[in-house]
Design a protein around this ligand. Structure first.
Ligand code: PEP
Ligand code: MN
Length: 273
């Protein structure tokens, strides 16, 4: 990474702290983002939000869904944004959702506290410029076949357009064999990114594995590797989820995991070399 780049650790040695509502990410602040892959209806997001509100700091839920097949559920659009906002307000949790097009940025930014750019759009430069020119913090996910350099240069677009509140997210990459996992979670990306940039780095073990059984060990590994937070998919009835059920934890499993993660984060903090 060029030392003159805005994302570079050489240019800014101290950690950037990204603030989402009242929640801080980075600089020693660990944040858990949880919620369903998609907002499916008003009751679904409200129930999940209530179930996780004491064990997550930020609520997630997709309203505009980038689905591999055009015949899969595409999200509720603005209706979903409304339900997400209501669930956030009812629980006191700030909310994050994905935007897929630069034409949606202003509309979506009115409803949520943080804008997510998904793996498929990591190199949508028009979108990067547009989110850089507005004031809400951005969660930028690594593309499934993107190098670390490419992820950082995509973040650079956002900073260069004027927005330095960017969180990077490792969510698994394409490798040669996906018999047992949807993607290969690149844990090494965490310390490498943190060496190269001052931006916070979080990990998404849900998309990183595709399998709810793997979320706990990968979450523990991510925090132990130094991640500033996690994004985990949670659904009350994963078997009926309209998207990503197989990689979603039930709320009670999520809450138990969050307790372990809190203890691990505290241990890591006091064990600083
Ligand atoms: C998501 O977070 O729901 C999502 C679609 O993730 P990704 O862009 O990493 O595939
Ligand atoms: Mn998903």
């Amino acid at each position: 990474m060029e030392s003159l780049h805005l994302v570079s650790r050489e240019r800014q040695p101290q950690d950037t702290i990204v603030q989402v509502g009242e929640v801080k990410i980075g600089g020693g602040n660990t944040a858990l983002i949880a919620g369903p892959c998609s907002v499916e209806d008003k009751g679904q997001i409200m129930t999940i939000a209530q179930a996780i509100k004491d064990s997550a700091q930020i609520l997630r839920g997709g309203a505009y869904k980038p689905r591999t097949s055009p015949y899969s559920f595409q999200g509720l659009g603005e209706e979903g944004l409304r339900y997400l906002q209501e669930a956030g307000r009812a629980t006191g949790l700030p909310v994050v959702t994905e935007i897929m097009s630069e034409t949606e940025v202003d509309l979506v930014a009115d409803y949520v506290d943080m804008l997510q750019i998904g793996a498929r759009n990591m190199q949508n430069y028009a979108l990067l410029k547009k989110v850089g020119a507005q004031g809400k913090p951005v969660l930028l996910k690594r593309g499934a076949a993107a190098t670390i350099e490419e992820l950082l240069l995509s973040a650079e677009y956002i900073l260069a357009a004027g927005n330095s509140q960017v969180v990077l997210c490792e969510r698994g990459i394409r490798t040669f064999s996906h018999t047992y996992t949807r993607n290969t979670l690149d844990i090494s990306a965490v310390p490498i990114l943190q060496h190269l940039t001052h931006l916070p780095v979080i990990v998404d073990p849900s998309h990183g594995s595709g399998d709810w059984n793997l979320i706990e060990p990968l979450s523990l590994a991510a925090l132990a590797a130094g991640a500033d937070g996690l994004m985990i998919e949670v659904h009350s009835a994963p078997e009926f989820a309209l998207s990503d059920g197989p990689q979603s934890l039930k709320p009670e499993k999520y809450r138990a995991l969050a307790r372990r993660l809190k203890r691990l984060a505290a241990f890591l903090k006091e064990d600083q070399p």
